[in-house]
Design a protein. Structure first.
Length: 83
């Protein structure tokens, strides 16, 4: 995802999206904590797995939930900066 580039007449454009996403992280602590807990569980499973084990564990749902929360918080702030 790319946000709008903002700049004054004589300045290089700056993408506000990363800063806005960082500001939104505190709204998404529950989702981030769930993602981190899942990551720890999956890493433990992978560390304990034998080479012949077929491990399919992942944190895709928690990852999607976290970024959905970030996007939900970010969108109004980002679109309010469009001209």
């Amino acid at each position: 995802c790319r946000g709008p580039l903002l700049a004054m007449a004589d300045e290089d454009p700056v993408d506000p999206l990363p800063e806005i996403q960082k500001e939104c992280e505190h709204h998404c602590t529950k989702a981030l904590n769930e993602l981190n807990a899942c990551t720890e569980r999956v890493n433990k499973i992978l560390a304990e797995a034998k080479p012949e084990d077929e491990v399919t564990a992942n944190c895709q749902i928690q990852y999607n939930d976290f970024w959905h929360c970030i996007d939900h918080c970010t969108a109004p702030k980002l679109f309010s900066q469009l001209k």
